[in-house]
Ligand binder design. Structure first.
Ligand code: ADA
Ligand code: CA
Ligand code: CA
Ligand code: CA
Length: 204
C-alpha cells in the first residue's frame, strides 16, 4: 500500500462548542475552525440506540470541514442530497459515524474515526461515495449498506488505514452495488467483502 501519504484528520483542538441541536449545513462551506463539537443528551448518548440525532446534517452539495466531534458521537453526520466532508475527527464514534440518508453523491476526505461498536458508515440511499485519506480503527464494520435493501451504491476508497474491524470492511445485501479499495492498508480488518456485491475489489 501507499504508506507514506499523510492520512486522517489534522486538527489540533481549538476550543469547544456545546451542541444542543443538530447543526444544519445546507449550502456553501461550514468551517468548524478545529473546535471540538460536544453534543448534549438532547441529541442522544452515543450508545447503540437507533433514532439519535446527528451532530451535523450536510445537504444539497454543501461542505463541512475542520471539525472534531467530541466524546458523545450521537449519530454523527447525516447527508441529504449529497455533500462533502473534509478534515473531520470522531473522538469516539457513537451509534454510527455517518449516514447517507437520501440520494446524492458524497465525498469524504481526511478523516479519522475510532471506537464505534458497529458501523462506521451507514448507507441508506443510492450514492456514489468517494473516500480518501482516512484512518478508521476499532469498529464492527467500515461500511454497511442498510440491511435488506437492493438499491445501488458505488463505493471508492483510497489511501486509507483500516484496522480492527470485528466483522468486515464492506457489507451489502444488494447484488447491484460495487466497492473498490486501492492504495490502502488493512490490518485485522475482517472480511473485505461481506454479502452480495456485484463487484468488490482491492489493489495495492
Ligand atoms: C440499523 C437499522 C436501520 C437504520 C440504521 C441507521 O441498520 O436497522 O433501520 O436505523 O441502523 O441508519 O443507523
Ligand atoms: Ca444504526
Ligand atoms: Ca445511525
Ligand atoms: Ca464509541
Amino acid at each position: 500500500g501507499n504508506n507514506g501519504n499523510t492520512k486522517g484528520a489534522t486538527c489540533t483542538a481549538n476550543g469547544s462548542v456545546t451542541v444542543t441541536e443538530t447543526i444544519v449545513v445546507s449550502g456553501g462551506v461550514y468551517d468548524g475552525g478545529c473546535k471540538v463539537f460536544n453534543p448534549t443528551s438532547a441529541l442522544g448518548d452515543g450508545g447503540q440506540a437507533e433514532g439519535q440525532k446527528p451532530v451535523f446534517r450536510v445537504e444539497n452539495g454543501a461542505t463541512l470541514k475542520n471539525v472534531i466531534i467530541g466524546k458523545n458521537g450521537a449519530d454523527g453526520i447525516h447527508f441529504y442530497n449529497g455533500g462533502t466532508i473534509d478534515n473531520i475527527r470522531w473522538t469516539d464514534v457513537g451509534e454510527d459515524a455517518l449516514t447517507v440518508k437520501s440520494k446524492g453523491d458524497v465525498t469524504i476526505r481526511n478523516i479519522t474515526g475510532v471506537n464505534g461498536y458497529d458501523k462506521f458508515m451507514q448507507i441508506n440511499a443510492e450514492t456514489n461515495l468517494n473516500v480518501s485519506n482516512c484512518v478508521v480503527d476499532n469498529m464492527g464494520k467500515f461500511l454497511r449498506q442498510n440491511g435488506g435493501t437492493g438499491f445501488t451504491i458505488n463505493v471508492n476508497v483510497t489511501n486509507c488505514d483500516i484496522s480492527n474491524m470485528k466483522e468486515a470492511v464492506f457489507r451489502t445485501d444488494s447484488p447491484t452495488s460495487t466497492a473498490r479499495i486501492t492504495n490502502s492498508r488493512l490490518r485485522n480488518a475482517g472480511q473485505l467483502c461481506y454479502g452480495s456485491w456485484k463487484s468488490c475489489t482491492s489493489s495495492n
